[in-house]
Write a protein that binds this ligand. Structure first.
Ligand code: ARG
Length: 431
């Protein structure tokens, strides 16, 4: 067995069970790209500060290129006995280029390395999620454009309340998604500070330049406090909170569309490409993707809760518990990406059933029941009730007319809604 990188004073090797229990390579290899990025920046800085020679730096950089190539071609041998992604890459680098590789760990520890990698990874994840959010917004706005003028019952307490334009409802989701994206971008700003150089927890006496590495990695600045830098995982807590809120929005959308696709509502029909059938009840066409969007929101919330509980009892600074921060984050990001993608595909593949919706309109609507009947009365009949009635009374009667009158800012009237639509068409570059 190879001696551990940290094994200098150790006389016995760890048991197989301990090795298996404590490894993280099985999942943190996902950080390889960002780990290599961090090492490149660190090596360049060490050389510029005269802490390693230029030729050491060049060997390190060449070796890192080769390792990245091997990983990407699937030729890299990940080893559990090398514990995690940091030690796998560093040990492989030593195998490859020898002595210079051993100097790469000057003025750094895995404690600052891991959270540097993780911040870089999360930053990319946020960009990817935000772009999926935009994609879903585009699908919803297109769906709205396709359904101009369609009036649907609006609900409170899941009881028919007031008629609204379908476009108005669809744009409500678009607004919610916009805030979801902006929450992610806010958290990205706070996340974008560099822990590298905080070392184990206390920083270092070596003349490193943390501003140089921070800038090379695209961070705003190095983190001010080395203890804070290696201890806190609030950046992932924020990311997972933002994901949870997005997931809840998508879950509500899922619930609504599942209801609307039911035989009882019958307001929408998903195309075959986004539905599944039943093996035993051939009449059925199930909106499974949206049920699973609703279902998978549970995982995203669960991931946040895992991470909150993980952090709650930890004294400063680094504790090994923190290794458990990766999987919930990977899971949350992967899940929310899938939820966003499938919701967009579902939106692209549904049609609204005008007739069923129409039938649902007057029946339960107090307003319209009343008005539909009034609409049938002649002006003379109306005037026999009150002389206040005039020709223009018919402009106020009926569902369509009643909607028109909701004309103040943000209301469901067709003019308000079309200016909302114009806003999104421009904002999402759809014109
Ligand atoms: N695999 C560890 C993690 O993910 C890296 C840091 C380990 N540091 C240590 N002192 N054991 O948190």
């Amino acid at each position: 067995k190879e001696a551990k990188l940290w094994g200098g004073r150790f006389e016995e090797s760890v048991t197989d069970a301990v090795e298996k229990f404590t490894e993280s390579i099985s999942f943190d290899k996902a950080l390889y790209k960002h780990d290599i990025m961090g090492s490149r920046a660190h090596a360049a800085m060490l050389a510029r500060q005269g802490l390693i020679t230029d030729s050491d730096r060049d060997s390190i950089l060449k070796g890192l290129d080769e390792i990245e190539r091997q990983i990407e071609r699937g030729e890299f041998a990940w080893r559990t006995d090398r514990e995690d992604v940091h030690m796998n890459i560093e040990a492989a680098l030593t195998d490859l280029v020898g002595e210079p590789a051993k100097k790469l760990h000057t003025a750094r520890s895995r404690n600052d390395q891991v959270c540097t990698d993780f911040r870089l990874w999360c930053r990319d994840a946020i960009d990817a999620i935000v772009s999926r959010i935009k994609h879903l917004q585009v699908s919803l706005v297109k769906l709205a454009l396709k359904n101009e003028g369609l009036i649907v019952p609006g609900y409170t307490h899941l009881q028919r309340a007031q008629p609204v334009l379908l476009q108005h409802l669809l744009l409500a989701y678009v607004e919610q998604l916009e805030r979801d994206a902006s929450r992610l971008l806010d958290c990205r700003v706070r996340m974008n500070f560099c822990p590298l150089g905080a070392c184990a927890l206390a920083g270092t006496g070596l003349p490193i330049d943390r501003f140089m590495t921070s800038e090379a990695l695209g961070f705003t600045a190095p983190m001010r406090n080395s203890i804070d830098a290696v201890s806190d995982r609030d950046f992932v807590l924020e990311l997972l909170s933002a994901n949870s809120i997005t997931a809840i929005h998508l879950s509500r959308l899922g619930e609504e569309w599942v209801l609307w696709a039911s035989e009882e509502f019958g307001f929408l029909t998903p195309s075959d490409s986004v539905s599944t059938g039943s093996s035993i009840m051939p009449q059925k066409k199930n909106p499974d993707p949206m049920e699973l969007v609703r279902g998978k929101s549970a995982r995203v919330v669960g991931d946040l809760v895992s991470l909150l509980v993980l952090c709650k009892g930890l004294p400063h600074a680094y504790n090994r518990d923190l290794q458990e921060d990766k999987e919930p984050v990977f899971d949350s990001v992967k899940t929310i990406m899938g939820m966003l993608e499938v919701s967009a595909e579902f939106a692209d593949n549904i049609t609204f059933n005008q007739e069923r919706i129409q039938n649902a309109l007057p029946a339960g609507l107090l307003l319209s029941v009343f008005q539909e009947k009034l609409q049938d009365l002649s002006l003379a009949e109306l005037r026999s009730i009150s002389t206040a009635f005039d020709e223009d009374v018919y402009e106020f009667l009926g569902v369509e007319n009643s909607i028109k009158k909701f004309s103040s800012y943000g209301s469901t009237g067709s003019e308000c809604v079309s200016s909302q639509l114009d806003y999104w068409v421009a904002k999402l570059d759809l014109s």
